[in-house]
Unconditional design. Structure first.
Length: 392
């Protein structure tokens, strides 16, 4: 499957030639990643590889600590069947999300499960501050995991495309914006960490995490909306993330929507956590509480309720716009917000669809995403693992 900058295709037939041993190993790992623990006979059947080839690959992957054996399944004709599963601690990966208001570093295991994370907040992202945070967070995450550094596959980085174009909206000075434009972020991250770096759009990274770890198994085609400091999106068709020519497909943030005064504005200007921050500030609240209290925003209900109502209206327009172009099964809404707020926002979006003229539409299905506020850093962390160990 295509994961934006990293490509992973659906597992297909393998080959028994010794020269393709690495490809075949990736095939075996990909089959187990997709279907869960499988016995060697089932791996051979699904892959088209010979039993002997599969046996050799399994021994090598076990020796590398990438596979582990489960309990033998008895009660059938012949010898017991032994399922083989990915070893969660066979490899680790880091994912850095560089946002307009916060940065986050997440450590995941071979399955993609979150092991631990660190985060920091700021008024706007200064390069020096972000890289100081990155160095300190890696040391902190690995301090009690002495073997962790040797298991690291690499580091993925999620960031907004052309981040310098949007920093003005958070009152960042012009020189700070220019420094981001001049930075080779992949080279800088690699030099800082000593790891291979993989760069991806932040909303696409979130979409990748939903595809691989969330509700991606339920839908072959879906559009994905993620609300962070601003709003972004992703698109999955036939189980593949569509990244586009400039790696910015389905970004949706710049989508024109009504501005309420007879003109238009961009979706990101009216549907984002930035607009909620602004409303909180005007109401006398500290907007940083959205990040320092990420699990409970109930004390802001006087501001939160109207924000959900307005944002749901604009997301309804976005959903209709998406479905007018791409016939996906569902539009999923996720974001850096508590689960109850995400549910209310999804419900409001569905309700506000009723305010639109939907003549010509068969049905617009809107669902919640499931990964949540760390979707961007988790999706980034998946990139190195899938690049190294799964079919490309």
């Amino acid at each position: 499957m295509n994961l934006g900058g990293t490509v992973i295709r659906d597992p297909g037939a393998g080959a028994n030639q010794s020269g393709l041993r690495d490809q075949n190993a990736r095939l075996v790992l990909s089959l187990i990643r997709r279907h869960g623990a499988l016995p060697s006979a089932e791996i051979a059947r699904r892959s088209g590889l010979s039993a002997q080839t599969v046996s050799n690959i399994i021994r090598a992957l076990e020796a590398d600590n990438l596979l582990k054996r489960g309990e033998a399944v008895k009660g059938k004709v012949g010898k017991p069947s032994v399922p083989l599963a990915l070893n969660p601690m066979g490899a680790l990966s880091l994912g850095l999300n560089v946002g307009r208001r916060a940065a986050e570093l997440t450590l995941i295991d071979f399955w993609g499960e979150q092991i631990d994370a660190r985060s920091t907040t700021y008024a706007y992202p200064e390069i020096a501050d972000v890289f100081d945070f990155l160095s300190a967070a890696i040391d902190d995450l690995l301090r009690d995991r002495p073997a962790g550094r040797q298991l690291l596959t690499g580091i993925g980085v999620a960031r907004p495309n052309r981040i310098w174009d949007w920093l003005e909206k958070v009152d960042a000075p012009a020189d700070a914006m220019q420094r981001w434009q001049d930075l080779d972020i992949a080279a800088a991250v690699s030099e800082t960490t000593g790891l291979d770096a993989f760069i991806e759009n932040d909303a696409t990274s979130a979409c990748i995490s939903e595809l691989l770890l969330g509700r991606g198994t339920e839908f072959t085609d879906f559009a994905y909306i993620f609300l962070g400091a601003f709003v972004g999106g992703g698109l999955v068709l036939n189980g593949n993330v569509v990244s586009g020519r400039a790696l910015n497909a389905a970004a949706i943030g710049p989508m024109p929507v009504p501005d309420g005064s007879g003109g238009t504005t961009q979706l990101l200007s009216v549907s984002s956590l930035f607009t909620l921050e602004t409303a909180l500030r005007h109401a006398g609240h500290d907007p940083n509480a959205l990040r320092t209290e990420p699990d409970d925003w109930s004390r802001f209900e006087a501001v939160l309720g109207p924000w959900i109502e307005e944002t749901g209206y604009y997301l309804a327009i976005a959903c209709a716009s998406i479905l007018s172009v791409v016939d996906v099964e569902v539009v999923m809404i996720d974001g850096a917000m508590p689960p109850d707020v995400r549910q209310r926002l999804k419900d409001c979006t569905v309700r506000r669809l009723g305010d639109l003229d939907l003549t010509g539409f068969d049905h617009i299905r809107v669902e919640e995403g499931s990964v949540g506020r760390r979707a961007r850093s988790v999706g980034a962390a998946l990139l190195p693992i899938h690049s190294k160990y799964f079919l490309a």
